[in-house]
Unconditional design. Structure first.
Length: 202
């Protein structure tokens, strides 16, 4: 499948940092007009912003475009091995605020959803954010939580944001073979799912 210009632009900036439109055209193997049009649309959506300029003396003059990480965020929720983790993540992958809680084996589905909802509300309040700042919610949960909650439960606490699901079992299997993964950090995979689905997916 051919990668869209939008995906190429955002991937290039996430990987290399702020770029001029001329640089983006080269990195994306796209026409300057196509890059200009897409950049204008992304700026209007509040995803890109001008971050400065390079001196013409460097041979690469022009305004630099970067991702506006101050206005749009992903929420990640991790449910893994009796631990619920939740965090607000910037579009370049940094954690703005996070919180964890233990989930008891006696907790019902309703109790778990209530804990998740209350945690999400606290995170938004602590960061002085409102719904307009949130791109979506990504939920990364292991098979035990998936069986208990299903994949249709979280929209009721999402406040209308798009919700995406990620299976944690592959990450856990990888961690057993190569590198341990802290269950308290599983929210990161949920947040990354939002960024992939809404910003980087073709």
């Amino acid at each position: 499948m051919k990668m869209k210009v939008k995906t190429k632009i955002l991937s290039a900036i996430l990987h290399d940092g702020p770029c001029s439109q001329a640089e983006l055209a080269r990195k994306c193997s796209a026409s300057p007009s196509a890059v200009s049009e897409e950049c204008r649309r992304l700026m209007n959506e509040g995803i890109l912003l001008r971050t400065g300029s390079r001196s013409p003396a460097s041979g690469r003059g022009g305004s630099l475009l970067g991702i506006d990480i101050t206005r749009r965020f992903a929420v990640g929720i991790g449910l893994c091995r009796s631990v619920m983790s939740a965090g607000i993540i910037t579009l370049d992958g940094r954690t703005l605020e996070k919180e964890t809680a233990l989930i008891s084996s006696s907790d019902s589905k309703e109790q778990i959803l209530l804990k998740a909802s209350e945690t999400l509300s606290r995170l938004l309040e602590n960061c002085c954010l409102s719904g307009k700042n949130i791109l979506g919610i990504g939920v990364c949960m292991d098979s035990e939580f998936s069986e208990l909650l299903g994949s249709g439960s979280l929209p009721e606490l999402s406040g209308g944001y798009p919700v995406f699901y990620e299976q944690a079992d592959e990450y856990l299997a990888y961690s057993q073979a190569y590198m341990p993964i802290n269950p308290e950090e599983m929210y990161i995979f949920g947040g990354a799912k939002v960024i992939r689905e809404l910003l980087l997916k073709d």
